[in-house]
Design a protein around this ligand. Sequence first.
Ligand SMILES: N[C@@H](CCC(=O)N[C@@H](CS)C(=O)NCC(=O)O)C(=O)O
Length: 213
Amino acid sequence: MQLIGMLDSPYVRRTAIGMLLLGLRFDHRSLSVFRTFDEFSTINPVVKAPTLVCDDGTVLMDSTLILQYAQSLSPGRHLLPPSDPNLRRALRLTGLALSVCDKSVQAVYEQVTRPEDKQHGPWLERVAGQLQAALLALDEALRQAPLSTERDTIGLAGISIGVAWEFARQMTPELLPPAERLQTLMAYASEVEQLPEFRAAPHGDGVVQAVAA
Ligand SMILES: N[C@@H](CCC(=O)N[C@@H](CS)C(=O)NCC(=O)O)C(=O)O
């Protein structure tokens, strides 16, 4: 299998970390959807990161769908709890984390891909408000009940929260709520960033490293 896309994308990074935690072997090609658009389009003409080229050549896209497929290849390790109430909580937290990713990415695209005089202030304000709401809800949820930071039990929610925070922190620091309102979230994220799978796939332009079993 080949995972295509850069680890500066939170979607690529959550996919890579999830696949590593599932114990799957894959090659990683750090192609940019912007700088290497043409090369990317020869693999997936839709140019979406992440893209997964399966062993039979099937091309998958979308981090959640790729992770759903990856989960099917690793029946011994589960990234989602099997049933309620834990399943419902994990899905809610994952949804909040994905919203952090979506809103942070939208803000980056607005600021980076548009010329300054074409940027739309009210849109950016709306996105920033949504980003802040998702981050504050995550902090509150983690304060109410802990979430695993352990390698053997961390799931999709924990992976997504760690990755989402790192992306938002690095890419849109000016849009975040005050740090004192995110203490629990920050502590959680800093702990999970120490896991071998997170360290093997750091935010940035590198390639996913192998992890010892
Ligand atoms: N919901 C998708 C979002 C993926 C996404 O938007 N990825 C960005 C990179 S951060 C991308 O492919 N951008 C290129 C484009 O949309 O043209 C997922 O979870 O994979």
